[in-house]
Design a protein around this ligand. Sequence first.
Ligand code: SF4
Length: 397
Amino acid sequence: MSPTVKNQPTRRSPAPAKEVPAKEAPAQIGNAQIEDNRVLPALSAAQRKRFAKAVLSWFDDFGRKNLPWQQDASPYRVWISEIMLQQTQVTTVIPYYQRFMQSFPTVAVLAKASQDDVLDHWTGLGYYARGRNLHNSAQVIVEQYGGELPTTVDELERLPGIGRSTAGAIVSLGVGNWAPILDGNVKRVLCRHYTVDGWYGQTAVQKQLWQLSEQLTPANRAGNFNQAMMDVGATVCTRSNPNCSACPVSKTCRALARGKPTDWPHRKPSKEKPKRQCWMLVAIDKSSGEVLLEKRPQTGIWGGLWSLPQYDSVGELGDAANLLDGNVVPLEKLGPIEHTFTHFHLTIHPLIARISRQSRDAIMDTEQLVWYKHGDTPGGFAAPVAKLLDKLMQSLV
Ligand code: SF4
């Protein structure tokens, strides 16, 4: 039996390329003109043909054709493999796939099995929701489709755990009909080849990539083309070390033409962290130069570390300084300190209050308060406080 899927007549033809209002001249696909690609132009028939031809000819020579799920390819076999391959390497999947298919050779057998048994076959693969969804879907397929997987993307997408790309893979690789796919490997190839800006988790970027995939997937041999695109992504256009000299579409790759293939795809933008601020009292004993430190509560930021007394406003800090000295103490500003935590940015406003010797003596060292002398090590310090103290002490010495 041929390892590749048969090329049946196309039931669903490629969606017509959507015309997008271009603000700038359409970018030329090729090395000569590389322009802004915020708006992806519809590809010409010649461009689509050239791309597909190069990819298919690469598939004939180098594409993977001996994977277990490619033998006697069927919608069921492709479905199981595609679900297992989500977030998981091919080499890891193979033994799991073989054991799974031995135990559950058909949708009907899978549907009848207990969930415990199905999940037992998933042990070690992780992402157990995938196994539960497979089992649930098998029962729906038996109840609603007589035990045969539906053969259209729309119907497949309605089953638990099947997204558009998995549905496209089942239709193109398992049924032999036309359907585009967009898994992680294909996304990477397309992002680089067309220098698609933005993170591909964003809806607008996904849309652009689907448009490209729809346009590029040829009417004939869609299954081979999709397999080849996945293979190119997995073995040639790899995440950190693309082997562009072995790539079938290197002649028209924009990222390569720019000399920076790994600049695409763009990373997920980090979420804007909230900004907070606080005021720290640097109470200095006028005569000895010692600084009052306070131990942080055990929970929360800098838990259990020594820090400067901290307040939510300059007013609160002033009140505390006056109370400490017994008189109204003038406050001297120090430059703000920026510190970033995993979840927020903190701006610290340190203010110096010089305290009389008498007041200093009234405040005894306790487990929560110490008068810090340069070189002392009462315990761990909050990082920005350590820096501030260092600077301050240098100037006082
Ligand atoms: S030429 Fe290089 S960067 Fe471009 S698609 Fe091929 S492997 Fe990826």
